[in-house]
Design a protein around this ligand. Structure first.
Ligand code: AMP
Length: 214
């Protein structure tokens, strides 16, 4: 099962993607996580990506496409995968379709986690991330057990630079301009499914499971 998660930054697509990966036993591929891991390791790719990420801008397509194309040909992707944060532009979507068609494959579902902008702004201010292991929390909805400390690895959790209010506004503008057209793109392919992302996390996941089949 090959799934794309669509939705504005902060819509909760990452949380849902992780749950889908767990339930259906397929890899969760998050381009944001891959970039953050590269930043942490101090790689040249990380340094380049950071310049864009800190401004709320998208990393150029050519840096992302190859990364994903190389990842989805790995052995663990043979039964499917869930893409989180990719594609984010029409050229990325077209490149993905091409890479898959070379393997005689195609995407099965694009799930749009729909949340209005005003909810997003409130949510992102409360988001906290562990820069060490990548776990994400929310001060109200998914709090850490001990305040400010990651449940999984014990490091500090922080408000990511790209989750700061001014950057969030920029990311939303970028989302509407560059990523939202993908809804029409996948709708035209007949694989778009929408879920109401304003509902509680578990209800959203139940809706997704209904779409994908138990
Ligand atoms: P995310 O964790 O998915 O919200 O991604 C964080 C940031 O990484 C984004 O705001 C972009 O700057 C960058 N990024 C992640 N995925 C992509 C992508 N597919 N195309 C371009 N930039 C991306």
């Amino acid at each position: 099962m090959k799934i794309i998660m669509l939705g504005a930054p902060g819509a909760g697509k990452g949380t849902q993607a992780k749950q889908i990966a767990g339930k259906y036993q397929i890899p969760h591929i998050s381009t944001g996580d891959i970039f953050r891991a590269n930043i942490k390791e101090g790689t040249p790719l990380g340094a380049k990506a950071k310049e864009y990420m800190d401004q709320g801008l998208l990393v150029p397509d050519e840096l992302v496409v190859e990364l994903v194309a190389d990842r989805i040909i790995k052995e663990d992707c043979k039964d499917g995968f869930v893409l989180d944060g990719f594609p984010r532009t029409i050229p990325q979507a077209k490149a993905l379709d091409e890479a898959l068609s070379k393997m005689g494959e195609k995407m099965d579902y694009a799930i749009d986690v729909d949340v209005p902008d005003e909810n997003i702004v409130n949510r992102m201010g409360g988001r906290r991330a562990c820069l060490s292991c990548g776990a994400t929390y929310h001060i109200v909805n998914i709090p850490t057990k001990a305040e400010g400390i990651c449940d999984k690895c014990g490091s500090a959790v922080v408000l990511r630079d790209d989750d700061k209010p001014e950057t969030v506004q920029k990311r939303l503008a970028v989302y509407h301009e560059q990523t939202q057209p993908l809804i029409e793109y996948y709708s035209a392919q007949g694989i778009l499914k929408s879920v109401d992302g304003t509902r509680p996390m578990d209800d959203v996941f139940a809706d997704i499971v209904r779409i994908l089949g138990a």
